[in-house]
Design a protein around this ligand. Structure first.
Ligand code: PSU
Ligand code: MN
Length: 308
């Protein structure tokens, strides 16, 4: 029995060397409220198809690890807010117990790599939380990027994280952090931050080439492509700063720790911005899906044998 069950369209695309983009599912179960979560998940798949690639949403359902969900599975998952949040540590346990869970960036990268999918689109990655010098709260997403060869397209790191420390940990792990089309490192809801990105690339074709060269060089680990939120959806950093500070204070006061921190902060920020942050979140995910499809198409083209 194969360890990962590919949807027929995903396995056909992979067999024919056509572009595929992996998608995570924690963003569906823990990152956004119903019904916007389902709407977003469907739209993201649509954007990837419109870009000529096949979407492969990753999740564990009743113990089976899937790459590519049916419409019914996607809808079911979107209505299971108590699904487990599966990172690297949790994946095998959930499968062994026949459980249902949504994959984080880390677990989605593992599944994508197993399936032979090069590119993965998401909203934001997990990172080093503010106050990590006391809490030691550093997402397993960062160590995954250092060891699993998948190119992840995200909108940078959320301002709920300590962005300078997040960039330091990525540097230590040898992860290329590539801002797309600008010098500034994007900060999720805001297109720019006051930090310069370590690297910059301006075309999907160069990003694809670098992805393939890493493999040729024998380098483990992936690339993080930081794609700025579209200007029309951007929320300025100084509008968000007091809201993030309030949500963070509340999380500490309520004793929220571990896996609960990111979902708590996201949902408080949605409430405190009266939905504006959710709209921005959806816009940036769609924008990342668009770029991921372009990169995946370039990787397929560069891997294709030259025409005779
Ligand atoms: N950022 C978002 N929405 C999300 C997440 C991050 O805007 O839903 C999820 C992703 O699945 C990411 C995970 O991998 O949170 C990181 O969680 P933690 O910090 O507990 O590792
Ligand atoms: Mn954490």
């Amino acid at each position: 029995m194969s360890l990962i069950t590919l949807a027929p369209e995903v396995s056909d695309a992979l067999a024919q060397g056509r572009p595929v983009v992996a998608l995570e599912s924690t963003i569906i179960t823990h990152g956004m409220p119903w019904p916007q979560n389902l709407e977003m998940a469907r739209k993201v798949e649509g954007v990837i198809r419109a870009g000529g690639a096949t979407p492969a949403t990753i999740a564990v359902i009743d113990g089976t690890l899937y790459a590519g969900l049916t419409g019914a599975q996607l809808e079911q998952l979107a209505q299971t807010p108590d699904a487990a949040k599966l990172s690297r540590a949790d994946l095998a346990v959930c499968m062994a117990q026949g459980g249902t869970g949504a994959t984080t960036v880390a677990a989605t990268m593992i599944a994508a790599r197993m399936a032979g999918i090069h590119v993965f689109a998401t909203g934001g990655i997990g990172g080093v939380h503010k106050g990590a010098e006391n809490s030691f709260d550093i997402s397993a997403d960062l160590t995954e990027l250092a060891q699993t060869a998948v190119t992840v397209v995200a909108a940078g790191a959320k301002a709920i994280l300590d962005i300078p420390k997040t960039l330091e940990v990525l540097e230590t792990g040898g992860v290329p952090v590539i801002a797309y089309g600008q010098d500034s490192f994007p900060a999720f809801w805001s297109a720019t931050s006051d930090l310069a990105a370590p690297l910059r690339m301006d075309t999907p074709s160069e990003i694809a080439r670098a992805h393939l060269l890493r493999a040729e060089l024998g380098l483990p680990g992936g690339q993080l492509v930081a794609n700025p939120i579209p200007q029309t959806a951007d929320i300025p950093a100084d509008t968000l700063a007091p809201i993030i500070a309030q949500a963070t204070t509340e999380a500490t006061a309520q004793g929220i720790t571990g896996k609960g921190v990111t979902p708590f902060l996201l949902s408080r920020i949605f409430e405190l911005t009266e939905g504006r942050s959710l709209e921005a979140n959806i816009a940036l995910v769609l924008n990342n899906a668009r770029l991921a499809a372009e990169i995946a198409a370039e990787i397929s083209a560069q891997l294709a044998p030259p025409a005779k």
